[in-house]
Design a protein around this ligand. Structure first.
Ligand code: AKG
Ligand code: FE2
Length: 280
């Protein structure tokens, strides 16, 4: 009922998770010139999601976040842009590849259980996701912030995901429930999993996309490793037909995922919610 849970039985050893966090830290600790080799801006233009940098500024009055990010598409493998995958530290690429495979196993377990909760065939969501759906890795670095009372690490948003799997090294993530913000606790070696917009739509509103944000901290920096599970961009996103009937008509309009993502990026930048725009 919190639209978020902490997962401990995910099968990844603490030593592997520590290695993944260490490689992430080593990347963000590199000199700026080194990190900019993987910049998401080429010739002054931001071409895609992938790469290092801040989120795109699309609106004059956009509120900026106190964080630094590295975005990398990890699945399907054929669509990876290795040019933007760090070669420093040297272990980074292998760790990310392994992290992708191991998180997917945990995510699949969750997809099967969510399908069961929805009274669908156990494999329904796993089959729908298939081999060609897009998984995006987002590495977030939040430096210490001298004025945490004035700045958010990441403004309030929902994720454009089916579910999001997050591994963070410190508190800072907050979720909103009935208008109140709650801290998400850090349990050592647990993954934080939350519901995203795609799952809210597929489940016809049974699962709700989590509104969350990240606060800043004056004393310490913070890192999070986030995997965002989505579908193929050509998918017509709509509630699963088995979950729609006379008693419970479709609560969300049909929209191609590609078009939804465009709306998502615009609304994200301005701090509004894309999901509100497709509700019937
Ligand atoms: O840093 C975190 O814990 C959350 C990051 C997040 O919400 C996101 O990348 O969408
Ligand atoms: Fe998020």
């Amino acid at each position: 009922s919190w639209d978020l849970f902490l997962a401990v039985g995910h099968g990844m050893e603490p030593s592997f998770l520590a290695e993944a966090m260490k490689a992430t830290r080593e990347f963000f600790n590199l000199p700026l010139e080194e990190k900019q080799k993987y910049s998401n801006i080429v010739d002054g233009e931001k071409l895609g999601m992938d790469g290092y940098g801040n989120d795109m500024v699309v609106k004059e009055n956009q509120v900026l976040d106190w964080n630094d990010r590295l975005n990398l598409l990890v699945e399907p493998e054929a669509l990876r842009t290795y040019r933007l995958w760090p070669t420093q530290p040297p272990s980074f690429r292998d760790i990310l590849s392994e992290y992708t495979v191991r998180c997917k196993a945990a995510a699949n377990l969750v997809f099967r259980n969510m399908a069961k909760i929805l009274n669908l065939q156990e494999e329904h969501l796993v089959n729908m996701i298939g081999e060609n759906s897009i998984t995006q890795a987002i590495f977030n670095y939040y430096p210490q912030c001298p004025r945490p009372d004035h700045v958010l690490g990441l403004k309030a948003h929902t994720d454009g995901s089916i579910i999001t799997v997050n591994f963070a090294d410190a508190e800072g993530l907050q979720l909103q429930r009935n208008g109140v913000w709650y801290n998400v606790p850090i349990v050592p070696n647990a993954l934080i999993m939350n519901v995203g917009d795609i799952m809210e739509i597929l489940s016809n509103g049974f699962f709700k996309s989590l509104v969350h944000r990240v606060v800043t901290n004056a004393e310490k920096e913070r890192l999070s490793l986030v995997l965002v599970y989505t579908l193929e961009l050509e998918t017509e996103l709509e509630p699963v037909s088995d979950l729609v009937d006379d008693k419970r008509p479709a609560r969300y309009m049909k929209i191609k995922l590609h078009d939804y993502m465009e709306k998502y990026h615009d609304t994200y930048a301005t701090g509004t919610l894309a999901i509100d725009g497709v509700k019937i």
